[in-house]
Design a protein around this ligand. Structure first.
Ligand SMILES: *Cc1c(COP(=O)(O)O)cnc(C)c1O
Length: 601
């Protein structure tokens, strides 16, 4: 069953339809079973079918692998394609003209089963010859890749596919046979190359590689930041890029200013409007006109006053959720995003412990008062991510109740992170934590929301951070740590962190106090495994980057003491973010991928 939601555009000039699908059983109840007295069995058919669209799988960068997930993927893909073909036929008659009117964007590999499904609909149900059908597919499909993490690439076991979708499996084999034949005919017959480009992985178990299927079935394949696209060409799709050098393109992600500035931060929106006029409301590039105001003390003062009011409001939200009162004059240091090892919330918490230790060791020093704010969900089965949430809460309990830090450090973990909570936190943030292991965050968009609202970024050279620094100015961002290439080199050299820990007394002390159970008196062994892992398998470079991160944090403290300089940089961050509007991103997709033109008016 289709459910339509009208999506009204800016100033209501256009309205688009968002069509979503729900699984409904054709017969609510099996009457024969019911009449036999099997009242539960009579409903089983309906329950099994309607389960298809019941849950949104919560996994983050790891595929689910359940049969129900595959049924869900084919259900949504097939419903959308059948609806699309029906509407196209009604409007234009034949299917040959499909590429002139339709573009389909595969958002990650989750809908990649749409490629063999469209082949099935064209060849089996509409008598389109195979070669013509393949030409249509590779003209209408495009694929956005969202991650390079090898464990995140969807693969479906061949026996599961054969059981559930036997016709699709035949079609995938046929696509693959023609693909490999064409490569051999072009003298690209090196067995290693053919094995790498095949749609089927031939290991102990045979699996369909959905990433390869999406790539082969698409006209354009895009990454979501310049670095990510470059790494796609050099790593996961290196061999495909060799054979199809024009297929991979970049479209750096963006964010909607309507939500993340105008709606989330109306006071700052009004201040900007007062300073440069309302043109930036319709043309985000015009926010650059704000740059000269970085040197205007009165403007900076008003910017600071708006941030302070937003912090008072956030403190109110926090006190309603946890029993903690926050000082709005402290530096609000924020890391909010899904909890994942590559995003390195753990490195932030370890640095928080090190700062806590330093504050207690030298209580007389003038510390910049800080509030460390964390929020984010972990996927249901991701044990290590849940342990990080536990640690954030354990550290908060110890730090917040220690009178010797004199209220100069507070730690908050907020549960149930979602877009609404993000809208109340981001306008109140002074510092934006974007500290992923370089090469692992495809783009990030949280980074953009913060910088647009004038938070300063502390971050690695990863994803869109690099393009943010290019546009707001490297001198207005705190960059630290290994580059993506240096991370790759370290991975080859070995992941033991003994040397890095020895070189950092602060890290050594932090790990020792964690291992001693100082933050988990109820279960002193709770973090032993975590600490052991860090010492000998520093997969995400938490130890390798720790000292560089700590030094960047001390540079943040120093700048905080120079409020004029801080608000100058804050203003230049907001002024430099025009390019990160999702309007620019969508225009890029329209022009460079879909070949679509703007409607008049
Ligand atoms: C923007 C946003 C994200 C993405 O954040 P990253 O820092 O880029 O990972 C995740 N969740 C919510 C609720 C968001 O608003």
């Amino acid at each position: 069953m289709a459910y339509d939601t009208p999506i009204a555009g800016w100033r209501r000039a256009h309205v688009n339809t968002l069509r979503l699908w729900s699984a409904r059983a054709d017969h609510p109840i099996v009457l024969e079973d019911f009449n036999r007295g099997d009242h539960v069995g009579a409903l089983a058919h309906r329950v099994r079918l309607e389960a298809i669209s019941r849950v949104l799988y919560p996994n983050d960068n790891t595929p689910a692998g359940h049969e129900l997930r595959l049924r869900q993927e084919i259900f949504f893909a097939s419903a959308s394609l059948q609806d699309l073909l029906r509407r196209h036929r009604a409007q234009h008659g034949d299917l040959a003209s499909l590429p002139d009117h339709v573009s389909i964007q595969l958002n990650d590999t989750h809908p990649a089963i749409a490629v063999p499904e469209l082949m099935r609909l064209l060849v089996d149900e509409n008598d389109v010859p195979w070669d013509e059908a393949w030409k249509i597919c590779t003209s209408v499909f495009h694929y956005t890749n969202h991650t390079l993490l090898p464990e995140a690439l969807e693969k479906w076991s061949v026996p599961l596919m054969e059981g559930l979708l036997p016709r699709h499996m035949q079609i995938i084999y046929l696509i693959n046979a023609r693909h490999l034949d064409a490569l051999r005919a072009a003298r690209r017959d090196d067995p290693r190359l053919l094995a790498s480009l095949s749609l089927i992985e031939e290991n102990t178990t045979r699996q369909v590689r959905m990433g390869n299927l999406a790539f082969l079935g698409s006209r354009r394949v895009n990454g979501v930041s310049a670095l990510h696209t470059d790494l796609m060409r050099r790593t996961v799709f290196r061999d495909f890029h060799d054979v199809y050098p024009d297929r991979i393109v970049n479209q750096t992600n963006g964010i909607t200013f309507r939500r993340w500035l105008f709606q989330a931060n109306p006071a700052l929106t009004d201040l900007i409007t007062e300073a440069i006029g309302p043109a930036f409301l319709d043309d985000p590039a015009r926010i650059a006109d704000l740059a000269p105001f970085a040197d205007d003390p009165a403007f900076r003062g008003r910017f600071a006053a708006i941030r302070r009011a937003n912090k008072v409001e956030l403190a109110r939200v926090v006190s309603g959720r946890v029993n903690l009162s926050l000082d709005p004059d402290a530096l609000f240091d924020v890391q909010i995003k899904r909890i994942h090892e590559y995003k390195r919330q753990l490195m932030n918490i370890l640095e928080t412990i090190a700062l806590y230790n330093e504050m207690r060791a030298r209580p007389g020093q003038t510390w910049a008062p800080r509030v460390k704010i964390f929020a984010g969900k972990a996927a249901a089965g991701y044990h290590q991510a849940k342990l990080v949430i536990k640690l954030a809460n354990d550290v908060a309990r110890v730090v917040n109740n220690d009178p010797s830090v004199g209220g100069r450090l507070k730690v908050v973990f907020l549960t149930n992170y979602n877009v609404s909570l993000a809208e109340s936190i981001i306008p109140a943030a002074d510092l934006s934590e974007q500290i992923s292991t370089a090469g692992m965050e495809a783009s990030g968009t949280g980074n953009m929301k913060f910088a647009l609202n004038g938070a300063l970024t502390i971050g690695t050279l990863d994803g869109a951070n690099i393009e943010i620094l290019e546009r707001v100015g490297a001198e207005n961002v705190f960059i630290f740590g290994l580059t993506a290439d240096e991370v790759a080199t370290r991975h080859r050299a070995g992941l033991d962190a003994t040397a890095a820990i020895k070189a950092s007394p602060a890290l050594a002390e932090t790990l020792e106090s964690l291992a001693a159970g100082n933050f988990s008196p109820d279960d002193r062994a709770r973090y032993n495994g975590l600490v052991d892992g860090l010492r000998h398998h520093d997969n995400f470079m938490v130890c390798a980057d720790f000292e560089a991160y700590r030094a960047a944090q001390r540079a943040v403290d120093e700048l905080w003491h120079d409020q004029d300089a801080w608000w100058r940089r804050a203003t230049l961050n907001t002024a430099g973010m025009g390019w990160f509007s999702s309007d620019r991103t969508i225009l890029g997709y329209a022009r460079e991928i879909w070949r679509a033109e703007a409607m008049p008016g």
